[in-house]
Structure formats: structure tokens, C-alpha cells
Design a protein around this ligand. Structure first.
Ligand SMILES: O=C(O)CCC(=O)C(=O)O
Length: 276
């Protein structure tokens, strides 16, 4: 099966060895410097005396807006080439993030990226670069293959002893997330509807760092406001419309032996959870 056919069936694709060992070493030292500068830390600034490893090593967000290494990664021609192959069109770049995920850190409950990006009329796509080798022990990415055809799903509360986010997409019986083992330098590309997340890092001493970029698929004309400015892959800026909040979300409904999806008013469901 070609990689395009597999992506069409499963909604994701892992491109092995897209970044070299030297580049990975440079990213490790660069993002350690960035962490110590505390310019892009998510939420509270790094707190070296906290018991929560995620407070010592907070996720870094939107670094490309003031860091050339991150902007170069976001607009890397290798990423453009793979996404163009998978989707048939060059993407528009909107987000960078760096996760340290130190030993014992919580993971991130199952979710769909387009719940947040609201790229329309199609969806978004992620490029998730493994900066360390990752597997189930250190909390590799988990995906639910084939969920790329789903609408944006409603959210329920997650188990916050395992996840640093408080909401998740629940799965019906018979559907489960599979671990995706990756080596440092591999990049996983996944469509914004794909349900994915990660479990805690249960290793004693292995970080699970990742450098993540998000794009809207090139046919989109709208995205949520937080993701502007939007860049073309040549780093010029393009104006998109601002996606409205709310809308509809899908939920699983049991009808006899069958599980179907019905659409509900999202403002009745998710937004209440998100404000908690
Ligand atoms: O790296 C992880 O553990 C989760 C990342 C993720 O879900 C995302 O980038 O949307």
C-alpha cells in the first residue's frame, strides 16, 4: 500500500528518520536553553522545586513567533513535502510546541486537534517529531486508527492523575488507541480528526521529548484566533477568517447492537467542562 493510501485508511503516517541525529542533538540543547529562559512556558513558569515534573519542565508553546529555530522547523521543506504528498496541497503553518515529558510525568488524554484549531472547511494536520526514542514505557503517542473520518467529538472528564488535560474523547466498546513506537528523528503526521493522546511516562530515567508543529490543510480559509498569524511554508503571512466557537460535536449513541454518532450542540457540553 502506498503511504497516501495508508494515510487515507488510517489517518496517520510515520516518516522514519526525517531529521538527522545531529539535528536532534541541536534541538535538545536549544529547547533546554529556551526552557530556562521561560519565554514560552505554558501556564506557570518553570518551578524547579515542584513535585510535578510538568511544572519543572513546562510545555513550550508558539515558540516560532519569537525564535528562528522554531520557525525554520515549522516551515521545513521536508515537512512541506510529506504533507503535500499526503493531502495533495501545501499546508499553512500555525503552531509549534515542545513537550519534555520527564520520567513520571502525566500524559495527555485522548483528543482531536481540530477541536482546538477549528480549521475549516476541512481540518488540521500535525507533524510530531520524536526527539527521544519513544515507546509505551516513556509514554509514546497513542492513536485510534481510522478516526480521521469522524466529526469533532464531544468531550467528557478525563482522569487527571494520568493526564495533564482535564477533558477527553471517550471511546465506545471495541475501539482502542494503539501505541506508536518511534525513534528520535521520526515524524508522525496525523489528521486533525484523529483521536490521539498519550499515557504517563512510567520510566525511571527516560525523557520523552517531542517537537510538534500544527498546520491547517491548505484548502482551509478559517482557523481559531489563537493560531494567527498563519504562515505559508515560504514564511510569508496569509490572512484567514476567524473560526467561530461552539458549533456541533458528535457523541456515541447505542442503538440496539449498533454504536452510531449523533451530533449535539457543543456549547451545551464541552464549553462547560473547559471552563472548570
Ligand atoms: O505528545 C503528547 O503526549 C501529546 C501531543 C498531542 O496530543 C498533540 O500534539 O496534539
Amino acid at each position: 500500500m502506498s503511504i497516501q493510501d495508508r494515510y487515507r485508511v488510517e489517518g496517520y503516517h510515520v516518516e522514519r528518520g526525517l531529521f538527522s541525529p545531529d539535528e536532534i542533538e541541536q534541538f535538545k540543547s536549544h529547547y533546554e536553553e529556551i526552557r530556562l529562559q521561560e519565554r514560552f512556558s505554558d501556564g506557570n513558569v518553570a518551578n524547579p522545586s515542584s513535585d510535578d515534573p510538568l511544572k519543572k519542565y513546562p510545555r513550550q508553546m508558539q515558540m516560532h513567533r519569537d525564535d528562528s529555530v522554531s520557525l525554520e522547523f515549522l516551515c521545513d521543506p521536508r515537512i512541506d513535502r510529506v504533507i503535500t504528498l499526503l493531502t495533495g496541497i501545501s499546508p499553512l503553518a500555525v503552531q509549534t510546541m515542545f513537550y519534555f515529558k520527564p520520567p513520571t510525568a502525566r500524559g495527555q488524554a485522548l483528543h482531536q486537534d481540530n477541536f482546538y484549531l477549528k480549521a475549516a472547511p476541512s481540518t488540521c494536520i500535525a507533524a510530531w517529531l520524536a526527539v527521544d526514542d519513544c515507546d509505551e514505557e516513556n509514554g509514546c503517542l497513542m492513536v485510534v486508527p481510522g478516526t480521521h473520518e469522524l466529526p469533532t467529538m464531544c468531550l467528557t472528564k478525563s482522569d487527571t492523575t494520568k493526564s495533564f488535560t482535564s477533558v477527553e474523547v471517550a471511546l465506545p466498546e471495541g475501539m482502542s488507541a494503539v501505541p506508536v513506537e518511534m525513534k528520535a528523528g521520526d515524524v508522525m503526521f496525523f489528521n486533525g480528526q484523529v483521536i490521539h493522546g498519550s499515557n504517563p511516562n512510567t520510566s525511571a530515567d527516560r525523557f520523552r521529548r517531542s517537537l510538534i508543529a500544527h498546520y491547517v490543510i491548505g484548502d482551509c480559509n478559517a482557523v481559531s484566533k489563537w493560531y494567527t498569524p498563519v504562515y505559508r511554508m515560504d514564511k510569508t503571512i496569509v490572512e484567514l477568517e476567524e473560526s467561530a466557537g461552539g458549533g456541533k460535536c458528535g457523541d456515541w449513541v447505542e442503538i440496539g447492537d449498533e454504536t452510531r454518532i449523533e451530533m449535539f450542540d457543543a456549547s451545551d457540553r464541552d464549553l462547560l467542562l473547559l471552563t472548570e
